[in-house]
Ligand binder design. Structure first.
Ligand code: AMP
Length: 579
């Protein structure tokens, strides 16, 4: 059995944190022993372990695997064979990973232990935030949280995204009644499977209770930016609803309609006037602090692929702290950020040793050099490997993380990139991090012209000879509607700067071998990335966990982007080949 922890108040909570982070090796060994003892008779482990069960044998005999290696086992359970193929504890559902960052959607075995862990992490992060910020107890959170409709596995078990598994559970329904779990939106709005109605009602409830809002957020920053853009497009209708005291007719979900009307509490013309006045001002700058003046922080993940939303959030939120609390996935929750008010570039997550058994493959090394959690080295990059409580043994996560420090003996990691996202035309391989760095540099040029890059993705276009990189950019004017003044010189310079910032392999293919053509930026219409998101959601991604794919491979997604291209620009110079 895994121990449970009492986080009921600040003192006991901090003591639990202290003990866990001091005794990392012991906690990890106990977790592994617990998992092995319980699961020694599973078909999967019996293949590798005969009789003995200790850590050494586990590491020697059980292979490090990727999802594709265990997929047949998971599918057998999904098709109705007994859980104990992989897990002694019954598998009661599956988690669908967002799948938009790496490729196809994956299905992970799931049971309540995942929610035990998540609840622990939520409670802990509440304590950590309370330790750093005052005055939260009397307020509410305007949190854009969503539930996605379950799909059902062939044997009838639910398959859903991680956040939905929490919202649909008794853990959420019976959550503690403290500030951290107190939202402006009623549960029915969070649970509404129609994400458009849900988003509209989240916003309506948040506007009506604007004086009570002390934090604003979403799981990932992309969702919050989308919510603010949604407000920009729909504030007149929202204000009219507040003025008249009822939600628009197209809000047909009964749970949403009833619960929202109890929050609206009849016509509120003065409130509608006040909101309209703010929304009517030319610029959308500081809109969050203008509409919700008591907001103390923004709670949303802005690390990794979410980094690109930081400028937009800073613009909307007037420098409020961007608090990135948690690093997790469908395999496991990893840890939390113990320094919630740090600058976005300093975000690191302290891995909690009670979540799963963690191992680490050094990026520069091989599978043989895998190390335990307490043995990672400062300044080194690793890919985490997870053994969890629901039938995953030594599974590679596909993320790359960098050790930035230790809290007691618990390592802290900065999220570096997702391993398997690459653009490639010739022998070069451009990963997500390279692409980000290059775009971050290039977009400074358009920022001088008071334009903002709202979102981007890329595509390796091999229909031309030679093939070339295409970036799709959605650009917005800071102060006016639309993105005027896109002059050829500026955008061509952006193309060139992206190329200059890519690695020496790219630059050499491009300039020496001429095996890659000039990089192209295709500017797309406002709202294109919303349509892209809608498309991926219709394919099974969840709005709450959605991450814009940084490289698009699906033909349909490309079609959406292509339909919306308004201008094309090419790099006019070759990048230098110096390393
Ligand atoms: P999913 O399994 O769909 O929930 O996606 C999990 C993936 O999202 C992780 O493996 C990371 O690549 C990414 N992710 C989750 N949390 C964070 C975070 N705090 N910072 C950066 N990336 C994250």
């Amino acid at each position: 059995m895994t121990p449970s922890f009492d986080l009921s108040d600040m003192d006991t909570g901090m003591e639990v944190l202290d003990n866990l982070t001091r005794n990392v090796r012991q906690v990890q060994d106990d977790i592994l022993q617990g998992i092995l003892t319980r699961n020694m008779e599973t078909e999967y482990l019996r293949r590798f372990i005969h009789g003995g069960l200790d850590k050494e044998l586990f590491k020697k005999n059980v292979p490090i695997v990727s999802y594709e290696d265990v997929q047949p086992y998971i599918e057998r359970v999904a098709n109705g064979e007994p859980s104990d193929i992989i897990s002694a504890r019954p598998i009661t559902g599956f988690l669908l990973s967002s799948g938009t960052s790496g490729g196809a959607q994956k299905m992970m075995p799931w049971n309540n232990k995942y929610l035990d862990n998540l609840t622990f992490i939520y409670d802990l992060r509440m304590l950590v935030i309370s330790k750093h910020l005052d005055g939260l107890k009397e307020g509410k959170g305007m949190m854009f949280l969503f539930t996605k409709l379950d799909v059902t596995s062939p044997c009838g078990l639910p398959a859903r995204v991680a956040t939905s598994s929490y919202f649909q559970s008794a853990y959420f329904k019976n959550r503690p009644s403290n500030w951290y779990y107190c939202y402006t939106s009623p549960d029915d709005v969070i649970l509404c499977p129609d994400n458009k109605q849900s988003l509209y009602c989240h916003m309506l409830c948040g506007l009506v209770q604007r004086d009570e809002v002390v934090r604003v957020g979403s799981v990932f920053a992309s969702v919050l930016v989308r919510a603010i853009k949604f407000l920009e497009d729909n504030w007149k209708e929202l204000c009219s609803n507040i003025r008249l005291g009822h939600a628009s007719e197209w809000i047909t979900d009964p749970g949403c309609r009833n619960s929202v009307s109890s929050i609206l509490k009849g016509p509120r013309p003065e409130l509608a006037d006040a909101i309209e006045e703010e929304c009517n001002k030319g610029s959308w700058k500081c809109i969050v602090t203008r509409l919700w003046p008591k907001t103390k922080f923004i709670e949303t993940v802005v690390s990794g692929s979410m980094e690109q939303y930081i400028p937009a959030l800073e613009f909307y939120c007037n420098g409020l702290p961007l608090v990135s609390t948690t690093y997790g996935s469908s395999e496991t929750t990893f840890g939390i950020n113990l320094d919630p008010l740090c600058k976005p570039r300093d975000i690191s997550y302290t891995f909690m040793p009670n979540m799963s058994y963690f191992e680490f493959i050094p990026v520069e090394g091989s599978d043989d050099e895998v190390v335990d959690l307490p043995d990672v080295k400062l300044g080194c990059c690793y890919e985490p490997v997870v053994t969890n409580f629901s039938g995953l043994y030594r599974m590679r996560v596909g993320d790359i993380v960098l050790v930035t420090g230790f809290h007691n003996n618990a390592p802290q990691f900065k999220f570096v990139r997702r391993e398997n996202v690459v653009l490639t035309i010739d022998t070069e391989k451009t990963n997500e991090e390279d692409l980000f760095k290059a775009v971050t540099r290039a977009k400074l040029i358009i920022e001088y012209s008071d334009l903002m890059l709202m979102d981007f993705t890329s595509y390796a276009d091999t229909s031309t000879i030679p093939g070339h990189y295409v970036l799709y950019w959605e650009i917005k004017a800071r102060n006016k509607d639309g993105a005027e003044n896109l002059d050829d010189e500026t955008l061509s310079e952006c193309c060139f700067l992206v190329e200059e910032s890519l690695d020496v392999y790219y630059r050499s293919c491009r300039s020496k071998d001429r095996s890659i053509g000039a990089l192209e930026i295709r500017v797309v219409r406002k709202g294109t990335f919303d349509s892209l998101m809608d498309f991926f959601i219709s394919q099974g991604s969840s709005i709450g966990q959605y991450k814009t794919p940084r490289c698009v491979k699906s033909a349909k997604a490309l079609e959406i982007l292509e339909m919306n291209v308004t201008a094309r620009f090419f790099s006019k110079k070759c990048p230098s080949c110096e390393s």
